[in-house]
Ligand binder design. Structure first.
Ligand SMILES: Cc1ncc(COP(=O)(O)O)c(C=O)c1O
Length: 468
């Protein structure tokens, strides 16, 4: 029996009663939010003013006129203007349990009873250890030699920590290998790595990066040959100068292009021969394929030295093999996460571990399949309307008509207006992407979303024809 005051406090019947009542109230109120709705016209002026204030406060306009009310039901989210929309982007891959999820409300309630709002590297509670051990267990499940885990509050910080760990171990090697069109985050170092000019306008170069062309599914062997050749050339040009190579198993911001086992295998073999760290950025791909990690889906476990997770994990983390243990002082931050996010992360990882998301016929692949058949049907009715889905599992992208910037922008904003929130990815062609909340999205939700998508794309097409 524990003598801890914390256990006495948490199990106090008044607390348990309050917890029950909160969850009961959630169910009652969620029962009233079951379909999309237009904005309340009476709120229009006030809402527009709030949007302007947002623009003023952040110094830049919002992508969408989105201000959440803080309430939702599954994939449905309520906005401050009274409208209700299907959230198909879920905070760009964060809300895997949907909006106002009961399990997460319960875990937030439990977190609320904790002594601090935030936890940090100097003082952490037992739930942080539980989380680190869960991450390690999941990552090492199929044989990866991951033994350690360091928590942080953003994907970019996790990636920065990964770079530092790899560079310290392999010093004085400091060059980085990365794929063309990769996205790694937006710190000063990562802006040098992320292969997008617009994200580093006016910034100094902080890291020397050598880019390797990514996998091309239309030219399997050719793309492997080209990438191997490029990698060998870089290594010959700068012998012993590369500390690590960064891998996105499925390019996210770059346009939802998955790689292939053979492609990654060929490159990783060369990296191992040259003692260059294999670093996998799973910030967007975690939890979205047939396994918790995409590197497990591509069967590359034995190669992985360092990996990062974020987004749906709520707390971000850098995981690594023992060989990459860092020297004291290299990495630390005040915050590892909010207590609520640490509790939520444990709840989500337990759900992923114990639920039926993974495997060839798991929920992730079922969701992908329902989208695929809806897109096929749409294309049969309206040839050329949509191509895709691209991506992998529940990283779902598609191209609307010609995939031009103009068409994609029009489509994405019209879709938003009609009640579905999506986002863009890639370039030439531009794609639209969905990161659905796998824990809650139903097949009916997918059908409803695709119905709205079809209607929206038809309207845009008609409009464009009128303009011609
Ligand atoms: C693959 C990948 N790496 C890193 C990041 C950066 O994560 P964050 O935005 O949490 O800093 C992202 C975010 O979109 C990502 O998709």
């Amino acid at each position: 029996m524990s003598n801890l005051k914390s256990d006495e406090f948490v199990s106090d019947p008044r607390i348990q009663k309050a917890r029950e009542l909160v969850l009961e109230a959630l169910s009652d109120h969620q029962a009233k939010l079951t379909r999309i709705a237009d904005a309340d016209p009476d709120t229009a002026d006030h809402y527009d003013a709030l949007i302007d204030q947002f623009k003023q406060a952040r110094g830049n306009p919002l992508f969408y006129p989105y201000i959440g009310s803080g309430f939702g039901n599954g994939t449905l989210v309520e906005l401050k203007d009274g409208s209700v929309k299907y959230d198909m982007i879920s905070g760009i891959g964060v809300h895997i349990m949907g909006h106002s999820n009961k399990q997460l409300l319960a875990s937030s309630f439990d977190a609320m009873l904790g002594d601090t709002i935030m936890q940090g590297n100097l003082q952490q509670n037992a739930e942080s250890l539980e989380l680190m051990q869960r991450f390690i267990r999941l990552a090492a499940k199929n044989g990866a030699k991951i033994e350690h885990c360091f928590l942080s509050t953003s994907g970019a910080t996790a990636n920065e920590n990964a770079l530092k760990i790899a560079m310290q171990k392999n010093a004085p090697a400091s060059r980085v290998l990365a794929f063309e069109h990769c996205f790694m985050g937006r710190t000063l170092a990562l802006a040098s790595l992320t292969d997008k000019d617009a994200y580093r306008v006016g910034l100094p170069k902080t890291v020397d990066v050598d880019y390797i062309p990514f996998y091309d599914a239309n030219d399997h062997l050719g793309s492997i040959r080209r990438a191997v050749k490029a990698l060998e050339t870089c290594i010959q040009r700068y012998p012993k100068k590369h500390a690590l190579m960064c891998f996105e198993m499925i390019q996210g911001e770059g346009g939802y292009y998955p790689g292939h086992h053979d492609f990654f295998y060929a490159l990783m073999m060369i990296l191992k021969q040259h003692h260059i760290a294999v670093f996998v950025d799973e910030i967007q791909s975690f939890g979205r394929t047939e396994n918790a990690f995409a590197f497990q889906t591509f069967k590359l476990d034995k190669f992985i030295d360092i990996l990062c997770v974020g987004k749906m994990t709520q707390v971000c983390a850098t995981l690594f093999v023992d060989e990459y243990q860092w020297k004291p002082g290299l990495i630390s931050q005040t915050f590892t996460g909010a207590t609520a996010s640490i509790y939520a992360a444990n709840t989500i990882l337990a759900e992923l571990e114990n639920g039926d998301y993974f495997g060839e016929h798991g929920r992730n692949m079922q969701i992908a399949q329902v989208f695929a058949s809806e897109f096929d049907a749409m294309n049969e009715r309206h040839p050329g309307m949509i191509s895709g889905p691209y991506g992998y599992g529940i990283m779902i992208a598609f191209t609307a008509y010609d995939g031009s910037l103009d068409m994609t922008k029009k489509a994405i904003h019209a879709l938003y207006k009609n009640g579905v929130i999506a986002f863009v990815a890639g370039k030439d062609p531009y794609r639209m992407r969905f990161l659905p909340s796998a824990a809650v999205i139903t097949d009916d939700d997918i059908k409803n979303v695709c119905e709205i998508l079809e209607r929206t794309l038809l309207d845009i097409h008609e409009e464009a024809n009128k303009e011609d």
